[in-house]
Design a protein around this ligand. Structure first.
Ligand code: PLP
Length: 407
């Protein structure tokens, strides 16, 4: 990670992408160069690669508390969500008389919302689960809306924009109890935990969910890697065809180096997740305290308590988030004004809309996200840069205000 962000610039956008870990890179290297054989072959070289791939799968399975056949390597979190939702849906759809129903939180990542939209076009009823003003899903809404037509409940572990951590284990228990009471195998519960791999356990049993998605690009692994993991009692059906790789769920020649890099990254992240949680929380608290004391107008969006330890999402009244990002960039600090996934589409964040409901939209803010390389010194620098940038934007605004009024 040494070469990432040199020359005194400070990277504070870890929620959008983490630099690759040196150990991960070293583990991947042979499979890009000398061992770049197709693991499907029967000859010695292929068998060696196949063994390495299966060892990587075993590592992921052990960390998630499932067996090897419940781990499907994907090309990232987007594909993991898509394969998870489509496969689980395909598994139960033939047992549902009438219209199937999916309960999905209103603040999911677009990769989830896009797939459920597709299922809606195919006749599935989609119920959007509202969130509180603090950005936490309404659990009682789920309880009220669960019925025998419900095939899937989808709630992400933590939101990628505002960093709020959702009560997934509580929801998972409710879903399980409902299955028990109705003597049914479904609904299944899927959770996108892409943002949690560095700071939380990825054991499925602790979360009480049936299925999760993870991405290598958020755990210091390679971009374009990820997994879909599901619990043992499910025998999902594949939505896809065209190859036998990844048990048919993800056909196509393996990107072996990416799979191996992903597994190594997860091993490292899960070894350190508890200490990393505490360290990042301390840094985040310090950063928030510094910014608040310099700029008391700063508004924290999303719950302060139920929040990823490395996420700070702040809005400043009458300040454009985009301009603030540009000012910070000029001062050597990289943050984002929306999740990287929605930057550039010009749309108001659906997450902020979900928080305010129908009555209006919250002003967009900046997302500062910390990571393994963030130091106490960086925190002081970020706080200083935020203070300078916001002050400059307020000054510019006041200077141009009379002109704006006359036009
Ligand atoms: N889910 C969440 C919560 C994310 O933050 C992201 C990426 O930002 C994804 C899914 C998509 O992951 P990937 O970019 O690996 O496809």
């Amino acid at each position: 990670m040494k070469w990432f962000f040199q020359n005194k610039r400070i990277y504070a956008d870890y929620a959008s992408g983490t630099p690759i870990d040196q150990d991960v890179f070293s583990a991947m290297r042979p499979f890009i160069q000398k061992d770049s054989f197709n693991p499907q072959g029967l000859y010695k070289e292929s068998r060696t690669v196949h063994t390495a791939l299966e060892n990587a799968r075993r590592d992921v399975a052990r960390l998630c508390g499932v067996t090897d056949k419940n781990v499907v390597f994907t090309s990232g979190g987007t594909e993991a969500n898509m394969i998870a939702i489509l496969s689980l849906y395909e598994t139960v759809i033939s047992s549902i008389p009438g219209t199937p129903k999916i309960l999905v939180s209103s603040i999911e990542h677009p990769s989830v919302l896009g797939v459920v939209e597709l299922l809606k076009k195919r006749g599935c009823e989609i119920i959007s689960i509202p969130v509180t003003k603090e950005g936490i899903v309404d659990v009682s809404f789920i309880e009220k809306n669960l019925d025998t037509q419900t095939v899937l409940v989808i709630v992400m572990g933590a939101n990628n924009e505002i960093g709020t951590v959702q009560p997934i284990s509580r929801i998972g228990r409710i879903v399980r109890q409902f299955r028990k009471d109705t003597n049914s195998l479904y609904p299944y519960m899927h959770s996108d935990i892409v943002q949690m791999g560095n700071t939380h356990s990825v054991q499925l049993s602790g979360m009480h969910v049936d299925s999760i998605a993870l991405s290598g690009s958020k755990i210091y692994g390679p971009k374009g890697s990820g997994v879909w993991v599901f619990q043992g009692a499910i025998s999902p059906k594949s939505w896809f065809s065209g190859g036998t790789q990844e048990f048919g769920f993800r056909p196509g020649t393996h990107n072996v180096s990416a799979c191996i890099g992903f597994a190594r990254a997860l091993v490292i992240a899960q070894k350190t997740y508890k200490s990393e949680y505490e360290r990042l929380l301390e840094l985040r608290k310090e950063l928030y305290a510094q910014i608040q004391s310099a700029l008391p107008d700063a508004v924290l969006i999303g719950s302060k308590k139920e929040r990823l330890p490395h996420n700070l999402y702040l809005a400043f009244p009458n300040i454009s988030a985009e301009q603030l990002v540009i000012e910070l960039d000029a001062r050597g600090v990289a943050v984002s004004s929306q999740s990287a996934c929605s930057t550039g589409n010009g749309k108001v964040s659906h997450v902020l809309q979900a928080i305010t409901g129908q009555d209006g939209i919250l002003q967009e803010g900046i997302r500062i996200s910390l990571g393994r390389n963030t130091t106490k010194k960086d925190i002081l620098e970020i706080a200083r840069a935020v203070k300078e940038s916001v002050t400059k934007l307020y000054t510019d605004r006041n200077r141009f205000l009379p002109y704006e009024k006359n036009t």
